[in-house]
Each structure stands twice: as structure tokens, then as C-alpha cells.
Design a protein around this ligand. Sequence first.
Ligand code: XUL
Length: 525
Amino acid sequence: MALYIGFDSSTQSLTATVIEGGGKRRVVAEQVVVFDEMLPAFGTTRGVHTSADGRTVTAPPAMWVAALDLMLARLRDAGVDLSAVRAVSGSAQQHGSVYLNARFGDALEHLDAERPLAPQLERVLARPDAPVWLDCSTSGECGELTDAIGGPGALAQLTGSRAYERFTAAQIRKFARSRPADYAATSRIHLVSSFMASVLCGADAPIDPGDASGTNLMDLPRRAWSSRALEATAPDLARRLPVIRDSWSIAGLIAPYFRRRYGFGDAKVVTWSGDNPCALIGLGLIAEGQLGVSLGTSDTVFAATPRPDPDPSGSGHVFASPAGGYMALTCFANGSLARERVRDAYGLDWTGFSQLLQSTPPGNGGALMVPWFVPEITPTVDVRGPIRRELDPGDAARNVRAVVEGQAMAMRLHAQWFAPAVTTIRATGGAAANRAILQILADVFDAEVVQIAPPNAASLGAALRALHADHLASGTPMPWSDVLEGFTAPLPNAGARPRQSAVAAYAALLPRYTALIRDTMDRSC
Ligand code: XUL
């Protein structure tokens, strides 16, 4: 039996999807470690620490490695034969950066299998907290980086995105300037993905082009660090960054720590990638033509694309795809964060939320919500909302519908630059289990929404990447279509088809929604 593990180290949890890659091709196990609940000592709320003004958002890397220990113990105790694992890979929340001192390499080489990981690695962190993608405290740094490269268009042409607060370049610049002594003591800066891969293989792992695209530091067409962007960011940055290697490269064999403690054999560690690039694979979107929607802590919409052409409006991103080629993506910070705020405000659970959603008509009788509960990424605004029109804050049912409709209409608007006409949407993420939410997406996009069987496309995508890379490294390469076979087919009788009366209601509502966003932005400037 040949097993492959895909991890997803995301904002609120660590997921592992274990697949059998031989003749049977099936998901063997899926486990989730929820940070707040299962690792309460780290004191996170929804996986992060947030400053009083809501702008600085960090998470402790020690928590992510503690979750890895917990996860492997759970997989072993659930009867997964870890000695049969041929390769592991992973997906991680994008943009976050981990700052390590000169003792990092030595600590990785000498991990004691009798003791847990977190206390052994805490002392190698040059800062105990890592800035994560929800951080929006670096507007000044973004402006400086943009000016140094010659404007937002030039930076997007070079790196795939204009400067974004959460992207790694702005975060590194802020750290280097505000804490120069700690920056001087930092010998290595990893992304969450390459940090986790380094721990697994016991040595510095490379960064893949998919996740490096979320740094504003990589020359996207060349898939190599851009010396201009590095110089504009912080002094002596090149020697602090790991190398960029193909997403299918082998970072190393799994470290002795994991062999002794959990019973792994010679498992390969395949370079990790970002959660969105991995979700692209896990949803089976290796060729152009279909749209992926991930309804997680962030909501993202994405699709494979052959060329690295940036969004002309400047609000989306182009990333390298881990299958080769590129992916276009738009990210919204107010994903499940906004849905949960509405659910909690009316004292509902998810069943109650769905019931109320189904009790109201498409278009909500004209009631609208722009669901900006935390500062939004797309469009980039610091407005705290939500903003309501013709919507009574006391009306639970209409507020539930308004948050989901507002999110779906925002996705439609901001996916237009790369997907003007969509026929099929592949959905993943926690909220994709909710049929009523999928129905709204189908009606707003006038497209069929399908679901794949494993609930977490990012960890499945990581497992599939491990399978693909293992075959390549073993001299038996497998085309992507064969890798995906049996794993990413749409589930029968799931998902949603557009209903023409609802499609018409949203076609009428969309211009009003666009005007409401424009009005709000004009007032906030
Ligand atoms: C993408 C982004 C988020 C994180 C969430 O640009 O910021 O989707 O990757 O994990």
C-alpha cells in the first residue's frame, strides 16, 4: 500500500488528508486539529492574536508545530500505517513569515524524539510571533515599495500583484525597520509553507513558486527572487531567504524525529505550497475554463490561466500554479469571519443560519449588506461595517441572507477580470458544505456549482502533489490527469444549479451593490 499525506496548515486549524495512491485511489483518513480548542495554551482567537486596533495580526509558529505533533499522534492512534507513507507535502496559509535565528539549522538536526517539537523549536524563533495574512498594518511600507519599483503597475507586472499589506515584502520591511536588532539576529525568513516543510525534513526547505508569488519579492515570469524587489524591501535580504524550487521538488527525506516518534519509513518531503495554489490542484483545476471558490476563513476565487497578466484594476493577484502555468486569484478577508459574526450576533448555530437563509427570497426584497466586519482586502478599505441598505439590523433572517448575497456578489464582481463568463464553479471550504450558500453562488454567477468529495481541497491538493512528485522522482512520471483521477470528480446530487428567476433578481441587484460599494469608498477617502 502506498500512502501519501497532505497537510493544510491554515489560519484556524491543521488538517491532514491521507490518500492511497495505488490501484485503490481513495481517501484513507482525514483529521483536523483546531488551534483554539485543542491548543488553548497559545491563547489564540480563531488561530490568531489581534492588536486592539485590529491591524496587527500574528500567530505563534510554535503552535503550528505543536499541532503537527498532535496530528501525527492522532493519525498513528487512528491506525494509519505511517511506515507505508511514500511522500508527504503540505499547503499553508499564504504570506505569513517566520523569523529564525542562527540556531535553527542545528536545532532541526538534533531534535530529540522523546520530547515534543514546540519547546525544542521555540528558542530558534527570532520573533515568537509571525505576521499572518490578516495583518493590515503596513500601508506605509507598501507605498515605499511601490515607489521604489516604479508604481503599482510595474510592481504587478514584475511580481503578479501590486503591493499588499499582508504580502511578505511589506511585513519584512516593517520588521527590519522597527526592530533592527531582532532583524540582525534573523538568519532565515521562511514562509509558513517552507517553515513547516523544513521541520518535517529536518533541514532548510525551499519555497515553491506558488507561495513565493504571495511575497511581492519574486520575479513571476522568471520564478526567481527579484533583486530589485529584495533591495527595495530590507538590507541583506537575499541571504535570509530560502531558494525557490519547483513545486514538485523533493525537499528531503522525513527527519529521524518523525521516524522514531511516529514510525515513518523513508518518506519523501515534497516542497509545500500555499493553500490557494494547493486548492487549485485539489479541485482539479489544472486547465483553464472553470472557477474555484474556497469558502474558508478568507473567501477566495481563482482559476488556472496560461499567462502572468496582472489584474488591470489592481485588485487581484497572479500566482504561479504548482502544476506549472499560472493562477489568477482574488481574496476577501471577510469570509467565514463575516458569516460567523452574523451567526453569533443572532445567537444561531449553522443549522439555524441555513434555515433562516432558506426562509428569505433571492434578492432579499432589495435589502443589501456590504459585509466588511474586518478591514477588507478586496477592495482594500479600512471601513468597519457592515454597511446596510434597506436592511433592519434587528431582522435576523434578512441579515443572514444579506451577508451571503453580499459575499457572492463581491466574488462575481472581482472575478470578472479573469473569468468574465463562468459555466461551472468548483467549491471547497467549510461553508461549501452548506447547500443554501452554494445555491446563492449558482444564482449570482448563473453557473452550476459542483462539490468534490474530500471536504478540504487544499490538503487533498497537497496529498496529490506528494503523489505526483513521488512518481516523478521515482522515474515513473504521471500526467496530472492521472494524478487527479478518482479524487476530484464532482459528487453526484450535490452542489446547485442556477434558477432563472433568481438569476434575474441578482442581475438587477448587482448594479445597486456596485454603486453602494463605490459610494462607501468615495466617502472613506
Ligand atoms: C490569499 C490569502 C488567504 C490566505 C488564507 O492571498 O491571503 O487566502 O492564504 O490562508
